[in-house]
Design a binder for this molecule. Structure first.
Ligand code: RP5
Length: 160
């Protein structure tokens, strides 16, 4: 009987770049904090504050899934290659941002449903938009306006 040897597949270029990022501490952010509007900043600052207290490198960006769809797609597609490992995305109203990000990356995405002056049922509109993702494209969802919990969950995912 002939002996079969299994060899590990060669890493892709993306996997090699990713491994080099992990090996070097280049000061690259590990968590991306996104929000759909500048008006979301007061609520989303709690996530940045929590990550700061835990010394977890992060970046904060404002981009709207509806108003700047190409920017959001580009950010999500490049996130892993840039060294990001978790994305937190806060949005109000129909809150498409976390789901659109998850559609363009396989990184874990944590959605934060936010309230605004136009919210329906105290943010239930955003909560359902974020939580009710179709099978195969998951978004973790924290409580309404609870950006701090998103950062705590990100820290746990990172084991940091
Ligand atoms: C969403 O619409 C944003 O995430 C924000 O919560 C809400 C209102 O945005 P602005 O009209 O204040 O820019 O896209």
């Amino acid at each position: 009987m002939s002996e079969r040897r299994q060899t590990a597949p060669e890493p892709t270029v993306d996997e090699q770049v990713e491994a080099e990022f992990d090996a070097m501490d280049v000061g690259a952010p590990r968590v991306g904090i996104l929000m759909g509007s500048k008006s979301d900043l007061p609520a989303m600052e709690a996530a940045a504050k929590e990550l700061e207290q835990r010394d977890i490198l992060h970046e904060v960006r404002v981009m709207s899934a509806h108003r700047e769809p190409d920017t959001v797609a580009d950010y999500a597609k490049n996130a892993r290659m840039r060294g990001l490992r978790v994305i937190i995305a806060g949005a109000g109203l129909s809150a498409a941002l976390p789901g659109v990000v998850a559609a363009h990356t396989d990184l874990p995405v944590i959605g934060v449903p936010l309230t605004s002056s136009k919210s329906v049922a105290g943010g239930l509109d955003a909560l359902l938009s974020i939580a009710q993702m179709p099978p195969g494209v998951p978004v973790a969802c924290v409580g309404v306006d609870n950006a701090r919990n998103a950062a705590v969950l990100a820290a746990r995912i990172l084991d940091a």
